[in-house]
Ligand binder design. Structure first.
Ligand SMILES: C[S@@+](CC[C@H](N)C(=O)[O-])C[C@H]1O[C@@H](n2cnc3c(N)ncnc32)[C@H](O)[C@@H]1O
Length: 278
């Protein structure tokens, strides 16, 4: 994890004066950025990040998740022929972003990033200023209708054509019940040829108490969300969609490549899957 001094906080605030950043409370996007070693975080965020990485192995999870997203994106573009991607709860561009993973396979993929944290919009706009196939929308995943009717999204994504929705590390920040409602409302927008990729914290039960440790570090450590859930609840997110092989599994077991760690101590604490609307 990257450690910054308070001086660094001043530098970022000066560089982004137009963004209403609340540095008094941690934000999910900034805590995640801190764990990934980014610079767009503040002391309140790093306090939560430190509690999270104190759980043995937890610091690896965001990296496992990003590598999973890279493999899923390349598979969607290369194997499934997807040319439209909606990345919900996209986060800050701390590491390579979805349009870059897609661009490794094809040059004509359109990507819409959606997040409810205004810091994501500001950084995303700066990053994507010269890319007319990619945009950033500020919206809340708890209101899928507002996302699919957003004019900026509709300008890039033809909802009549196949598209993929990515929803990585977002549902575990929604309380019990709200996660299933949102997943169901998102599925309702999919039609034949569309995909839904989801990854979240997994609670395997008493066999690994670190799962509860992760939840405590985030929920009680200042963030107020970050719940771990058992496998059946993850499976319900996909409803009646077909699951692309190998199904819903620890992220490092989903179509691993040469860069996928085989010795991760925590990868069974993070489940990912890709649903397909036949
Ligand atoms: C842990 S980060 C994950 C980033 C990225 N999807 C990934 O997996 O690498 C979760 C992101 O979801 C966003 N988020 C959380 N709740 C959200 C909501 N209700 N609507 C939109 N975005 C949300 C946060 O702001 C944050 O950027």
């Amino acid at each position: 994890m990257h450690h910054l001094s308070d001086d660094d906080d001043e530098v970022c605030l000066t560089a982004c004066p137009q963004i209403p950043i609340n540095t008094g409370e941690p934000s999910i996007a900034r805590v995640y950025d801190a764990v990934l070693g980014g610079k767009d975080n503040f002391a309140v965020d790093r306090e939560v990040a430190v509690k999270f990485v104190e759980v043995p192995g937890a610091g690896e999870m965001p990296f496992d998740n990003r590598r999973w997203l890279a493999r899923v994106t390349r598979w969607l573009v290369g194997e499934a022929g997807i040319r439209q991607i909606i990345d919900l709860g996209s986060g800050l561009p701390t590491t390579s972003s979805i349009h870059q993973f897609a661009g490794q396979v094809a040059g004509d993929v359109r990507v819409v990033y959606v997040d409810n944290d205004p810091i994501v919009l500001a950084h995303g706009r700066a990053l994507l200023v010269e890319n007319d196939r990619t945009t950033v929308v500020t919206a809340d995943v708890r209101d899928p209708d507002s996302i699919f009717t957003n004019p900026d999204l509709r300008a890039l994504i033809d909802l009549e054509q196949p598209f993929a929705v990515l929803l990585a590390s977002v549902l575990h920040h929604l309380p019990e019940g709200e996660d299933q409602r949102v997943a169901a409302e998102l599925r309702a927008y999919l039609h034949s040829g569309c995909y839904l990729a989801i990854a979240n914290f997994h609670d395997p039960g008493p066999s690994d108490p670190r799962a509860r440790g992760i939840e405590t570090a985030l929920v009680e450590g200042g963030l107020g969300s970050g719940w771990v859930r058992p496998w059946p609840q993850h499976r319900m997110y996909f409803g009646g969609l077909d699951l692309v092989e190998p199904g819903l599994c620890p992220v490092n077991e989903w179509k691993p490549d040469a860069e996928t760690p085989t010795d991760s101590p925590v990868h069974h604490l993070y489940l990912g899957g890709v649903g397909y609307h036949p």
